[in-house]
Write a protein that binds this ligand. Structure first.
Ligand code: FES
Length: 338
């Protein structure tokens, strides 16, 4: 088994057959920096100073041509051929609270959430152990590459992993999930991963902001907050941004949480004015970040933020929170998938 040595011995771990450097390190409890795990964000960059790795995705957007010329690699896209010595900055925040594992799961149930989002419930033989807001990789039959999906439920002894997945037009993985995978089918699940999980130690009010299939991790965070004894009675504002009224979802799930309508509030915005008018949408119209700013007012400066959604939504929120309101990055939690 290849042995990976980081920073001349600051960490040493073995890499099992088929694993990439990032996942092998996290399985060993090493704080390798990362966010997406799929080659998109560039957070896992490092330098191979000795040994050879296979580049699993030579065109990965997380690495620039300059990075490649300098011999840098993405640990999430590198599989060692033999022992490797690696240089990168370890991150104490990335040390996994729960070490990720691969397991076989069985599709137990499916349910439509909106016209293009469906909930898939996978069943494992062992308890489903993760933190609210994290994600897992699913390897689906006949689909060459794994996909990362966030859990919508809470960790549980029953071994259930709930995913809310949006159909991607022409998408290979969602085509398989929506059109070919019947209950009883098996898949491989590897997880949990992700750093944008609920922080119960924070004394601040909680704000969850979701768009698209970002609903899943934000529901998990909201459910986790509602179930955590240290957060009982804490104010939680949940925002959802959709393009049309038909895209808006999540309110029914929030309504089942204790304190709904009092300390737990749901707010939705629709960004397409023509669609809003055609459907006589009674709520807010415009980008969700504008609704966040309008609704929270001064409370915005004293909250803990969890974000998940399409890149333009997350970028607009970063601009609002970090640039306009100077909120410290430690109070804004999201995993960058772009
Ligand atoms: Fe490797 Fe995002 S974690 S590119």
């Amino acid at each position: 088994m290849p042995v990976i040595t980081v920073n001349d011995g600051e960490a040493v771990f073995e890499c099992r057959d088929g694993d990439n450097l990032l996942r092998a390190g996290l399985r060993a409890g090493v704080g390798l920096p990362y966010e997406c795990g799929v080659g998109a964000c560039g957070c896992c960059r490092g330098e191979v100073v000795e040994g050879q790795v296979d580049d699993l995705w030579p065109e990965a957007p997380g690495l620039s041509a300059r990075d490649r010329r300098k011999g840098r690699v993405l640990t999430c896209q590198s599989r060692p051929q033999d022992d490797v010595r690696l240089h990168l900055q370890l991150d104490a925040h990335a040390v996994p609270v729960i070490r990720p594992l691969r397991r076989t799961v069985r599709l137990a149930a499916v349910r439509d959430v909106t016209h293009d989002i469906r909930e898939f419930v996978f069943q494992a033989d062992a308890p489903a152990d993760f933190l609210p807001g994290q994600y897992a990789f699913l390897a689906l039959p006949g689909v060459p590459r794994e996909r990362a999906y966030s859990m919508a439920n809470l960790p549980n002894e029953a071994g259930e992993w709930h995913f809310r997945i949006r159909r991607v037009a022409g998408g290979e993985a969602t085509g398989t999930l929506f059109d070919h995978l019947a209950p009883g089918a098996t898949a491989q699940l590897d997880g949990p991963y992700g750093l944008a999980h609920l922080r119960p130690d924070s004394p601040r009010d909680i704000v969850c902001i979701a768009g698209g299939s970002g609903l899943a991790p934000m529901l998990s965070v909201a459910r986790g907050a509602a179930a955590h004894p240290a957060l009982a009675g804490r104010r939680l504002d949940f925002f959802y941004g959709g393009r049309t009224p038909a895209d808006v979802c999540g309110e029914a799930e929030l309504a089942s949480l204790p304190g709904y309508g009092a300390q737990v509030r749901y707010h939705a915005a629709v960004s397409d004015p023509a669609a809003a008018e055609a459907a006589r949408w009674p709520g807010a119209v415009g980008p969700v970040h504008e609704l966040v700013e309008r609704t929270l007012g001064e409370r915005l400066d004293a909250a803990e933020f969890y974000l998940a959604g399409p890149p333009p939504m997350v970028e607009a929120l970063q601009q609002l929170l970090q640039v306009t309101h100077r909120i410290a990055p430690e109070r804004i939690h999201f995993d960058r998938f772009f």
